[in-house]
Design a protein around this ligand. Structure first.
Ligand code: HEC
Length: 459
């Protein structure tokens, strides 16, 4: 296995070669797959762009905040594209995210030439579900993630620094001020919300550079500070049961969006220890976006680099670090999941595929294609109660369920256009939870003046 990785390390320093087949051929749906009843969605718009490096860069640069294309994020003329892309680059710079790598002029020309709004969406067979939406929080907020604990669904506002708990039975909402260390009116940058096995809520704050633990029963906060400045503390390492991973000594781990490193926090003492991973051969550290990570059964941490287009492993016991290129260029590995056999399920934002990698055999064992072309899967979560995977159909207003044995997908359509989702949570009664997580929130077309938590009950 180590030898396999060493080979890849060598490969990293060879020139980057693009191996995308059918590079410039636009995707055309067979006529009968269009349906008058289906509105065109973001995925339909992306599917019509010519496959290749630029399309993948558009997905990587433009979909981290909102859907691109319909319902609102599209333009027609090159002047309009130029204006809007300039505005987007400013938002990207102001938040110090380094997401949009293509030049404004090149991108404006390319989109004006290649982007077309399809008249209708594509028909797909969907699975039945009882879906309920729960409004919570300010409309101007940005709610990146959600988690369920203590009979409530929790969302946090990136800009407004507030936590909202929605009672899963009554829909009643309770709001809490988040005690983050930022100047009044500045965003704390609430990012991931997840839970440890004891039901505690944990939140990362990419702007305040803090982590907060919240006891949803006693309603008490504990604030952890001292994370690397400018690192954008981002994402808790999760385990196969989709809980926040706790190592043998009780430590929890997080990634940093702007650094190639992971941090370990001792929740008892507040001590933080930093573990560096590997620099990228040609990308500045800030642009690599070491995004998500999972822990295997031996306590090794497996991570993805979305823009760096690699995945890798850190073994905290030995300090060993290994990285591998994704099999495809500009694939955009995002929020991966791990199963009980230490197999990684890595969603590729820019290809709409899932790389399945067996860590024990050091081998890519499958490459699955989502049933909706042009979709960009932000996250895969393993349902601890059933072993199924749930994937966000972030560009198709849907959630997918994947049976890992048969490799069959079911599509559950969410009831709103622009229903951009980033995560899925699971309840022991079989309910599936997510939230509309677009920035800006208003790109999801709901009748509510608020954020929205969604409960999906497969029928
Ligand atoms: C860092 C987050 C972020 C990224 C990345 C981003 N956007 Fe946006 N986008 C926003 C926000 C916030 C708004 C609403 C404010 C505005 O329109 O200026 C918006 C609005 C838009 C709109 C206008 C929608 C309307 O109401 O008419 C378009 C079009 C758009 N984005 C396209 C793009 C494209 C193309 C890219 C990639 C080059 C991109 N966005 C990348 C955050 C982002």
């Amino acid at each position: 296995m180590i030898r396999g990785f060493a080979r890849v390390m060598l490969g990293l320093f060879l020139p980057f070669v693009f191996l995308i087949s059918g590079c410039s051929k636009p995707f055309v749906y067979p006529e009968d797959e269009h349906s008058q009843a289906e509105p065109p969605r973001s995925a339909d718009w992306i599917a019509m762009l010519p496959e290749g490096e630029i399309r993948r860069q558009v997905v990587l640069g433009c979909t981290p905040c909102h859907q691109i294309g319909p319902p609102v994020a599209y333009r027609k003329s090159v002047e309009e594209w130029r204006e809007v892309i300039g505005r987007m680059k400013k938002i990207d710079d102001d938040l110090d995210l380094s997401l949009i790598r293509l030049e404004t002029e090149e991108l404006a020309q390319w989109l004006a030439t290649n982007a077309k709004l399809p008249k209708h969406g594509r028909y797909v067979a969907t699975a039945p579900a009882d879906i309920k939406e729960y409004p919570a929080g300010a409309k101007t907020g940005f709610y990146h993630d959600m988690a369920v604990s203590a009979g409530r669904a929790w969302i946090a506002d990136y800009f407004g620094n507030k936590l909202y708990g929605v009672d899963v039975d009554t829909g009643a909402v309770e709001g809490f001020d988040l005690p983050v260390n930022v100047a009044p009116g500045k965003p704390g940058g609430a990012h991931q919300i997840d839970t440890t096995r004891d039901g505690m809520i944990w939140i990362t704050f990419t702007k305040a550079e803090q982590v907060i633990r919240f006891d949803p029963v006693k309603k008490e906060f504990k604030v952890y500070s001292g994370f690397e400045k400018g690192g954008n503390v981002q994402y808790f390492v999760v385990d196969a049961d989709r809980y926040i991973y706790e190592d043998a000594e009780g430590g929890i781990w997080m990634t940093h969006f702007s650094r190639v490193m992971l941090s370990r926090l001792d929740p008892k003492t507040g001590e933080i220890k930093v573990y560096r991973t590997a620099q990228h051969p040609y990308m500045p550290e800030k642009s690599v976006h070491l995004y998500a990570a999972v822990a295997d059964s031996r306590g090794r941490l497996w991570f993805t680099e979305t823009h760096g287009n690699r995945f890798g492993m850190l073994d905290p016991r030995t300090g060993e670090v290994m990285v591998k290129n994704m099999p495809e260029p500009w694939a955009g590995p995002k929020r991966l999941a791990i199963d009980k056999d230490d197999v990684l399920w890595i969603p590729e934002l820019a290809t709409g595929k899932i790389t399945v990698y067996d860590t024990r055999r050091d081998k890519v064992v499958d490459w699955l294609t989502l049933p909706i072309s042009g979709d960009f899967p932000y996250g895969i979560r393993r349902n601890r109660y059933t072993g199924d995977f749930w994937i966000t159909g972030s560009g198709s207003d849907s959630l997918y369920r994947l049976d890992p044995k048969t490799r069959k997908f079911s599509i559950y359509r969410l009831p709103r256009r622009g229903a951009y989702t980033r995560t899925v949570s699971f309840a022991d009664n079989g309910d599936i939870w997510t939230n509309y997580a677009s920035f800006p929130n208003a790109h999801t077309q709901t009748p509510f003046d608020s954020g929205v938590v969604v409960r999906l009950r497969p029928q």
